[in-house]
Design a protein around this ligand. Structure first.
Ligand code: CA
Length: 167
């Protein structure tokens, strides 16, 4: 994808439509991302815990939970950017999603190139704001009250924007 330089990040694609899920995941992998997938809200919560994504792409039309509720739950557990994907375009719903922690909104049908570019932009900004926390870690002081230093990298709550994973 010539419009995106590289997406060195773990990205969770939450979408119940197999064709869209595969197209987005394939494009992300082609751009260098570690793309994880989930077809339901339950899968998404489990995968989010296991892989601690740097960014979420969340389709609103899931079979088992409202997009607003899932967005709120993901945000409660992670600071990673959340990009909403939806055919619906109600202004009230967009406002509700932004209020519960969504960072961006892409309306279907969408351009994969545009979605990747938005992923790149959100990851770049997330990494930029994560740097002071990394500096603080070296002094054994965390500026981020939601991420106790003792749990970093130990399978607990990892700051999702702390930069690329080893390996
Ligand atoms: Ca859907």
């Amino acid at each position: 994808m010539s419009t995106v330089s590289s997406l060195q990040a773990t990205i969770l694609v939450i979408e119940d439509e197999p064709a869209i899920r595969a197209a987005v995941a394939d494009a992300l992998r082609e751009a260098g991302a570690d793309a994880r997938i989930a077809a339901t809200a339950a899968d998404a919560i489990r995968e989010s815990f296991e892989s601690q994504p740097h960014l979420y792409i969340l389709d609103l039309g899931l079979p088992d939970k409202s997009g607003v509720d899932l967005c709120r739950e993901l945000r409660a557990a992670s600071d990673a950017p959340i990009i909403i994907l939806s055919a619906r375009a109600s202004e009230a719903e967009k406002v509700a999603l932004l209020r519960v922690g969504a960072d961006d909104y892409v309306t279907k049908p969408f351009s994969v190139a545009e979605l990747l570019a938005r992923c790149e932009a959100h990851l770049r900004r997330a990494r930029a704001t994560a740097r002071p926390v990394d500096d603080a870690r070296n002094r054994r002081v965390s500026l981020n009250a939601r991420t106790p230093p003792a749990r970093r990298g130990a399978g607990g709550v990892r700051h999702p924007t702390a930069g690329p994973r080893p390996g």
